[in-house]
Design a protein around this ligand. Structure first.
Ligand SMILES: [Zn+2]
Length: 506
């Protein structure tokens, strides 16, 4: 073999290296996007989503009172830090879980679909993670519970408790297999996560129940802080979503009584500030929510949330949603909202108008501005008008985003293609209640759905239309990928043929 290599002629080696270079550097085909800030927006650098497993809103919201199934009012958590976070945040008063168990709750949160399960989560373009990945986000998980196979598969890297157990914590580090489509995980971040995994058993050594349970959650908070600190120091400007699930409050509900449950909430409250402060300091959005709540039969009894007797109660269905970001208008948000609104609301806070495929939830507008995305079939021009005046125009691209628009206003969008081909419509009028996506079609390509908005405008879409649209979008990007793979395949074949030829000569 060595002699064979020595007999390579220089031009053959050069040819082989060129092929290798092309193979390595070929970028995946992607369509471009041009953004314009119509009014200034402070888009967060990323987001930390803290999912407090089993945290019921009536136990922590000042407006609500928790009751046992027998009607007895129950003790509430006495909090110091969460109320301080609330002062700068939007707090959604009625935020209801349609499925009151861990897998269901997590699946609804990340898909925006109230009937979601783990399988739906696994579908292409079905989750907030899929939307964020397309925007260049890194998705990092630190999960004690809720780490179903499909949620894990959405993370670029995740630390998880394989045993989901406070008594037998077993933290594992899992990483997506590296491919041209997956982002590279920096070695330093892996080191931070490995160190956190090593430290985990030290958090639950106490013989005292209170300390052991609170230690379990503290590990999740401390690890999240270490990740945020690492990212701020070493990857400034890299957008990311860190999903944290802390599991001890749910376990306290199941294994301790309602007093143990409340005690564990108070311990989390005592530990939570550093993570919130780090988010604030680093221009990250911070979101606190839960997968489901917790119910109790009577005072001094153990709790539950999934069984029939509990699943229909306010205590199991009402979960907190507290959202902090620079642009958030703080205060209590009234109205009926559901966990399926989480993903569209979060994407709104991150100034991303795209939504996952199966979304049925609506964006809760928390920032005081809306964003509009325009999609053209090919490169062209788009201009935005309001009250007859030109606001801004963008050109030389096939996707545009106008940021910082006035909610409740009517805008007119005009578009044209560089190639001179005609569009089905040159102009569209849109009433912007929430973030929206408008798609212009080439003349002759009939499209039944061209405005996608969360709120009920006339042009709003049914969920089926959303499904179909998602499909066409997915197959579009699929075909682009296929072309990419085909080219890579051809280059590889050429390389193999060249090598075979060289070896044959020898
Ligand atoms: Zn749970």
């Amino acid at each position: 073999m060595m002699s064979a290599i020595r007999k390579f002629k220089p031009f053959q080696v050069l040819f082989f290296l060129t092929i290798l270079f092309i193979f390595i550097t070929s970028p995946a085909p992607a369509s471009a996007l041009t953004e314009s800030e119509v009014n200034p927006v402070n888009t967060p650098e990323g987001v930390v989503v803290l999912i407090v497993d089993g945290l019921s809103a009536p136990f922590i919201y000042p407006e609500l009172t928790p009751h046992a199934l027998d009607g007895t009012p129950l003790e509430k958590a006495s909090l110091e830090n969460i109320p301080k976070i609330n002062e700068d945040s939007a707090r959604i008063l009625e935020f209801r879980a349609p499925q009151t168990f861990t897998e269901g709750g997590h699946s609804v949160l990340v898909t925006g679909n109230p009937g979601a399960d783990s399988e739906l989560v696994s579908f292409k373009d079905a989750t907030v993670f899929d939307v964020l990945h397309r925007q260049g986000y890194l998705c990092i998980g630190v999960m004690e519970k809720g780490d179903s196979w499909s949620i894990r598969a959405e993370q670029d890297v995740i630390l998880r408790d394989e045993n989901n157990s406070i008594n037998n914590m077993k933290i594992a580090l899992e990483q997506q297999e590296q491919s041209p489509d997956t982002p590279e995980i920096p070695g330093g971040l892996l080191q931070v996560l490995e160190e956190a995994a090593d430290k985990a058993p030290g958090y639950i050594t106490s013989k005292e129940t209170r300390e052991k349970y609170s230690g379990y959650d503290r590990w999740g908070i401390d690890t999240a802080c270490a990740v945020v600190e690492y990212m701020a120091r070493n990857m400034p400007g890299k957008k990311y979503m860190l999903t944290v699930n802390v599991g001890a409050i749910d376990s306290s509900g199941h294994h301790r009584d309602n007093y143990g449950y409340v005690d564990c909430i108070e311990c989390l409250d005592a530990d939570i500030s550093p993570l919130y402060e780090l988010c604030k300091k680093n221009n990250l959005a911070f979101v606190l929510t839960a997968d489901h709540g917790m119910g109790f039969s009577k005072d001094d009894s153990k709790g539950g949330h999934q069984s029939e007797k509990f699943s229909s109660t306010e205590e199991t269905q009402l979960v907190p949603l507290i959202v902090y970001a620079q642009d958030i208008e703080s205060g209590v948000v009234s109205g009926k909202h559901g966990q399926e609104d989480f993903t569209p609301t979060l994407l709104g806070v991150l100034d991303i108008p795209d939504r996952p495929r199966f979304v049925e939830g609506k964006q809760i507008l928390l920032t005081g501005h809306v964003n509009l995305k325009i999609k053209l079939p090919e490169k062209g021009y788009a201009e935005l008008r309001k009250d007859g005046n030109l606001i801004t125009s963008l050109k030389n691209d096939d996707q545009f985003v106008f940021l910082g628009l006035e909610p409740g206003s009517t805008y007119i969008v005009r578009a044209a293609l560089d190639s001179g081909k005609s569009l089905e419509e040159q102009e569209k009028e849109v009433l912007l209640e929430t973030d929206s996506v408008i798609e212009f079609m080439e003349k002759g390509h009939k499209n039944t759905e061209n405005v996608k908005s969360d709120l009920g405008s006339e042009e709003n879409t049914t969920s089926m239309a959303g499904f179909l649209k998602g499909n066409s979008e997915a197959s579009n990007s699929n075909s682009k990928h296929l072309i990419g793979y085909f080219v890579i395949g051809l280059v590889n074949l050429a390389g193999v043929a060249a090598i075979a030829k060289i070896l044959k000569k020898n």
